[in-house]
Design a protein around this ligand. Structure first.
Ligand code: NAP
Length: 259
């Protein structure tokens, strides 16, 4: 029960990685706030968690007014927010030459500006209590130049830098800020975005030869939300089966994907 009684906001918590994080938080005693653009999904997720003391809220993280309404609803109900997981995001695999201004702006507005709106609104509450944990969900695509990842990768790279600045500025208010950078994780987003060839390439390039699970990201989120991580600050924790660490991948038993 490492998070007993903590008010834990997970954006994009209706499904996928966010839902797995909310479940792990509840198992550690936290009170979950699931906020998602899919309001019905957020409500169903809360029911699934069986957390009658929790809250399900509608939010569009890309709209400042919507974000402020969400944080106000949390403060009205609980008086504070202890943990924020900035998880809401959209995928994208359009080649650099084909990205339209609309797709670029949409990706940046949800994956980067949205995370900024939510973090700022929550941090303004956390400073009043001189306590808080913020975890931004970045991506390995923000660290490596993946094909089709121009807008998505740029947003996630920006989020990593934003995390460092937040860590520097919020340390004096005892707010702990870190990133988790997932590699390829088996979620609806990945099923939609990764075709057969992409999956084969990932399975080859990941030393552990498999996609990760949402629960493996959730375990990292529990650690970074707990007191055990109190001196880890401004850090990016890659949870990627070794994808970032790998160089030459020569395995006699495994051919490189031909497609
Ligand atoms: P997911 O299954 O698509 O879940 C994302 C959730 O966020 C959905 O419920 C989605 O609602 C919601 N959402 C989308 N836009 C929103 C908005 N503007 N405001 C509020 N909520 C919004 O995705 P996931 O795979 O769990 O990914 C979660 C996070 O991990 C994302 O930030 C993603 O970039 C990151 N990540 C994922 C992977 C991976 O391999 N899966 C790898 C690296 C990083 P709708 O379903 O209605 O759109």
């Amino acid at each position: 029960m490492r998070l007993q009684g903590k008010i834990a906001l997970v954006t994009g918590g209706a499904r996928g990685i966010g839902l797995a994080i909310a479940k792990a938080f509840v198992a550690e005693g936290a009170i979950p706030v699931i906020a998602d653009i899919n309001e019905q999904g957020a409500g169903q997720a809360l029911d699934e968690l069986g957390a009658s003391d929790g809250l399900a809220l509608a939010v569009n993280v890309a709209e400042a007014a919507s974000v402020h309404g969400m944080v106000q609803a949390i403060v009205d109900r609980y008086g504070r927010v202890d943990i924020l997981v900035n998880n809401a995001g959209i995928g994208g695999n359009t080649p650099f030459l084909d990205i339209t201004p609309e797709e670029w702006n949409r990706t940046i507005s949800i994956n980067l500006t949205g995370a900024f709106f939510v973090a700022q609104a929550c941090a303004r509450e956390m400073v009043k209590h001189r306590s808080g944990k913020i975890i931004n969900i970045a991506s390995l695509s923000g660290q490596r130049g993946g094909h089709g990842r121009a807008a998505y990768g740029a947003a996630k790279a920006g989020l990593e830098l934003l995390t460092k600045v937040m860590a520097v500025e919020l340390a004096e208010s005892c707010i702990n800020v870190n990133n988790i950078a997932p590699g390829a994780i088996e979620t609806e987003m990945a099923k939609f975005a990764h075709d057969q060839a992409t999956r084969a390439a990932y399975n080859y390039l990941i030393p552990m030869t498999r996609y990760g699970t949402p629960e493996e990201i959730a375990d990292a989120a529990v650690f970074l939300s707990s007191d055990e991580s109190r001196y880890i600050h401004g850090h990016t924790l890659n949870v990627d089966g070794g994808f970032r660490a790998a160089g030459l991948m020569f395995r006699g038993d495994k051919a490189a994907p031909s497609s």
